[in-house]
Design a protein around this ligand. Structure first.
Ligand code: MN
Ligand code: MN
Length: 468
């Protein structure tokens, strides 16, 4: 073997030159990664809305011994509890050996994803075709949502107090829906428009039927036939749409991507990938953690974390305060000693669009769990910007736990920006660092992530919960 030069040795000792995760992955981790990703695909297919994610997570947690947390309940180290916030956000905790005055270790993620919501008065007929009017939710590129298969998920709340669940598209043999686009033969003018204007928001009308009501001489016979079908199936009338939350989501199933099956393509990696990691880390923890471990799955991140189920809601403080009350610890004393890792997504460097990335500081596919000291736009506007000490703390946890990880920014400084729930944890006086899985085609109806990065993010979340 050739002798290493002094420069070679000093380079090894001094330079930060991360290797592809596959050059560092152990055989044991590779096996665990495969199992983890099969479970993750099921989570994706069973949780296409925030409500479905909560239901799925609650069932999983209960199977692992978590109980519904009621205010005033006595709790001992090792106890596992959860609280659902209106069925759209979820908080879980495993009580630690140390008191809450020494802080909690929190994994925070959001479970809402970009989609098309039905408008309050959605149903109409035009030219003997029936449609639903939609209002897009979150940052989408509208042209990506036409001519793809779509499903309808959500609830209809009735005035008698009943809440009907709707899920059309994911059952075997279910019909699907779609939004039509102009044929290229007549698309010359459309083709000249900027992409953001080629498909206006008011054109995102979902095609839901074409067969007229039989033996009716009135107008709107196709709409009437649809209303009749919905009435037979759900017992609802048109006014019931007013108190509904119905979401149009892509009909794609989570699938392996690539000959080597190293990637997963699916709707809603942003954000199911962080929640899955936070949740799996929680239920797979070995023994009672030193600090109380808390997993927060929030709604409404994609529209600013507002609302009663968003990260800005006091529901999280109430849950934490109720936990603290069981130990007579002031909430603020718990918060100032707590640490939060916000598990979301980051932008994967895409060689098809190199102009918007700064490669030295971009997340690379297969380079492991991504950490972002700050998010925000331009001059870090809107970022919570974790302290150097918080980043060093996480580096140590990850290195000790054998997590493959990388440090990243979203893209070029002036190219754009974004935010996560991290800022709202930091506002509460909780040291918080952003983390995430690198995603290709973020916010598209079909997003792509790497299996290695998904698995390492789970391993990283678990390590934070378990840290002394
Ligand atoms: Mn996200
Ligand atoms: Mn997002």
């Amino acid at each position: 073997m050739e002798e290493k030069t002094l420069a070679d040795r000093r380079r090894e000792e001094l330079a930060h030159a991360p290797k592809n995760g596959y050059d560092r992955l152990t055989a044991e981790d590779e096996l665990a990664m495969k199992a983890y990703c099969e479970d993750y695909k099921k989570f994706l297919d069973n949780g296409k809305t925030e409500r479905e994610c909560v239901s799925y997570a609650v069932a999983l947690a209960e199977a692992k011994g978590f109980r519904k947390f009621e205010r005033g309940m006595a709790l001992q180290p090792g106890d596992k509890v959860y609280r659902s916030n209106r069925g759209k956000a979820l908080m879980l905790a495993v009580i630690g050996r140390k008191p809450l005055s020494e802080g909690a270790h929190i994994g925070a993620a959001h479970i809402d994803a970009p989609r098309l919501d039905l408008k309050p008065n959605p149903l109409y007929e035009d030219s003997e075709l029936a449609f639903f009017k939609t209002h897009y939710y979150g940052g989408i590129k509208k042209y990506q949502w036409v001519t793809i298969p779509l499903e309808l998920h959500g609830v209809v709340a009735l005035t008698d107090g009943r809440v009907l669940k709707v899920n059309v598209g994911s059952g075997a043999g279910d019909p699907l829906f779609t939004i039509d686009d102009l044929l290229p033969h007549l698309g010359a003018e459309q083709g000249k428009k900027p992409m953001s204007e080629a498909i206006p928001g008011e054109n995102l009308n979902v095609l839901i039927g074409s067969r007229p009501f039989k033996d009716d001489k009135g107008s709107d016979r196709v709409k009437l036939a649809i209303l009749d079908l919905l009435n037979q199936k759900y017992g609802i009338v048109e006014e019931d749409f007013i108190s509904a939350e119905l979401e149009i989501v892509p009909a794609f199933r989570a699938s392996d991507i690539g000959f080597d099956r190293s990637l997963i393509g699916a709707y809603g990696h942003d954000a199911r990938v962080g929640p899955r990691a936070g949740l799996a880390g929680m239920v797979q923890m070995s023994g009672t953690p030193a600090h109380t471990a808390v997993c927060m799955l929030a709604d409404k991140e994609e529209i600013g974390s507002e609302g009663v189920t968003g990260m800005q809601s006091a529901a999280f403080d109430t849950f934490m305060s109720d936990l603290c009350d069981t130990q007579r610890v002031p909430l603020k004393a718990c918060y100032e000693k707590s640490f939060c890792l916000s598990a979301d997504v980051c932008a994967a460097y895409d060689p098809n669009f190199p102009e918007v990335y700064e490669k030295r500081n971009s997340a690379l596919v297969n380079y492991g769990m991504g950490f972002c000291k700050y998010t925000g736009a331009r001059g870090k506007s809107g970022a919570s910007d974790a302290s150097a000490e918080a980043v060093a703390y996480v580096r140590k946890i990850m290195n000790d736990a054998g997590v493959i990880w990388q440090m990243a920014e979203l893209g070029k400084v002036d190219a754009g920006g974004g935010g996560t729930v991290a800022a709202y944890m930091a506002q509460r006086d909780i040291d918080t660092l952003d983390a995430g899985v690198a995603v290709l085609s973020m916010h598209a109806p079909f997003e792509t992530v790497s299996k290695l990065d998904c698995y390492m993010t789970f391993k990283g979340m678990k390590a934070v919960y378990e840290a002394e």
